[in-house]
Design a protein around this ligand. Structure first.
Ligand SMILES: [Zn+2]
Length: 140
């Protein structure tokens, strides 16, 4: 679980720092057919806890996709890195993320960062020719 105990950070006076999580992201975040996560998503960020208990994170989400090339259906992988920049308030204000009970749950913010960085296709390589139809090559 990607949870951060704000009360603990306050008690330990750890108002800034960095954190890292390995997150088993749901496959439903991927829109590309025949593609899935190859491993957990790495979530890495610097944080700042402000005096009013608002909490900000800035960092990256990185992951590896594996599946079939969107053009030729050969095996393909893709390394993806996206940004995460999220601001959490200890109350609801409609604009920022909110948290309750002194614990920030990063799941929604991380899911949105993953979706924002998700490519539309994956490719087996720059020299991909797409699907080759044998009937057309026979004519030459
Ligand atoms: Zn290909």
């Amino acid at each position: 679980m990607m949870r951060i105990d704000i009360r603990k950070l306050n008690a330990q006076k750890k108002y800034t720092g960095s954190m890292e999580f390995e997150y088993s992201a749901p496959e439903t975040l991927i829109d590309i057919p025949f593609v899935k996560f190859d491993s957990p998503v790495n979530v890495r960020f610097d944080y700042e806890l402000y005096e009013d208990d608002s909490f900000e994170i800035r960092g990256t989400v990185s992951f590896r996709l594996v599946g079939q090339c969107s053009r030729c259906l050969k095996d393909a992988t893709a390394e993806v890195e996206g940004e995460i920049d999220a601001y959490f308030q200890p109350f609801k204000n409609g604009e920022d993320y909110s948290y309750f009970g002194g614990v920030v749950d990063l799941t929604q913010a991380v899911n949105e960062a993953i979706m924002a960085s998700m490519p539309f296709t994956i490719s087996c390589g720059e020299d991909c020719n797409g699907i080759e139809f044998s009937s057309e090559t026979d004519k030459e």
